[in-house]
Write a protein that binds this ligand. Structure first.
Ligand code: ADP
Ligand code: MG
Length: 261
């Protein structure tokens, strides 16, 4: 059936009323967020506001106490059987986790593996790929992040910016539906920030769905379709970069921007 009105786009990530506590302290206090396919979200907020915890719930690294998170209609942590939610088995968690790539502040590369080996590890373990196909995939990803010549280098032989680009290539190797970045440039020397932002900018241009926690306000303004501001476990403001970054309404957002800009 065709209609003239556009169907509402379903979120690729749907976060509904998510609550999460650690040791009785609530750090996520009812988060609602829908991320549409191809959307680039910049998640901003002061230290301790719950940004990392929120990202981690999208990648099965944290369970939620209440509410739900789905990625492409599949629940994080649970599955619906017979009208009831059941906790997922480890194997299924691993499968679902491959659909969400995550890149951390400190790269988290395996130090004893070369760049190529870091990238091929997961595809070899989780996908039915031959060693030569996996290497070919890794080489093409390294080329994409500008590191074709570093295939056989170990992390210690790479700069922080190069390590982070390998980490991005590794996250892409499983062809995730969405890529999460948790302060991807915060651990880098200032002169290395640009090369990592360039790679993320390219991903955004290609239409990859991205959720980026960052303090790089200029970058957020440039690449984000939507800026979401988190404060003390709540989304207190969201909108276009112009709305949130240029004309913030919430005093907490104003205060934060005054500090980081
Ligand atoms: P942000 O990334 O915005 O800085 P986090 O999500 O890392 O914030 O943390 C939010 C709050 O939750 C902080 O007070 C932090 O100390 C606490 N927290 C995060 N992870 C844990 C954990 N695994 N155990 C206990 N407390 C945690
Ligand atoms: Mg954090």
């Amino acid at each position: 059936m065709s209609t003239t009105t556009e169907a509402p786009t379903r979120g690729l990530i749907e976060i509904h009323n998510v609550h999460k506590s650690f040791h009785g302290v609530e750090v996520l206090k009812g988060i609602d967020l829908t991320v549409h396919p191809g959307e680039v979200i910049a998640l901003l907020g002061p230290s301790g506001s719950g940004k990392s915890t929120l990202l981690r719930t999208i990648n099965h690294l944290e369970t939620v106490d209440a509410g739900s998170v789905t990625v492409d209609d599949e629940f994080i942590g649970y599955e619906l059987r017979g009208g009831k939610l059941h906790e997922l088995r480890e194997r299924e968690i691993l499968r679902r986790r491959t659909q969400v790539g995550i890149v951390f502040q400190n790269f988290h590369l395996f130090p004893h593996l070369t760049a190529v080996e870091n990238i091929t590890e997961a595809p070899l373990a989780l996908k039915r790929l031959s060693k030569s196909d996996a290497r070919e995939l890794a080489l093409s990803l390294l080329d994409r992040v500008g590191l074709a010549d570093k295939a056989d280098a170990y992390p210690r032989q790479l700069s922080g910016g190069q390590q982070q680009r390998v980490a991005i290539a590794r996250a892409l190797a499983l062809q995730p539906k969405v890529l999460l970045f948790d302060e991807p440039t915060s651990a880098l020397d200032p002169e290395l920030v640009g090369e990592v932002l360039d790679v993320i900018r390219d991903l955004a241009k290609l239409g990859t769905t991205l959720v980026i926690v960052t303090h790089e306000i200029g970058f957020a303004r440039e690449v984000a379709d939507r800026v979401v501001f988190l404060d003390q476990g709540r989304i207190v403001e969201q909108g276009t970069p112009a709305e949130v970054l240029t004309r913030p309404k919430n005093p907490r957002t104003q205060e934060f921007l005054a500090k980081v800009l």
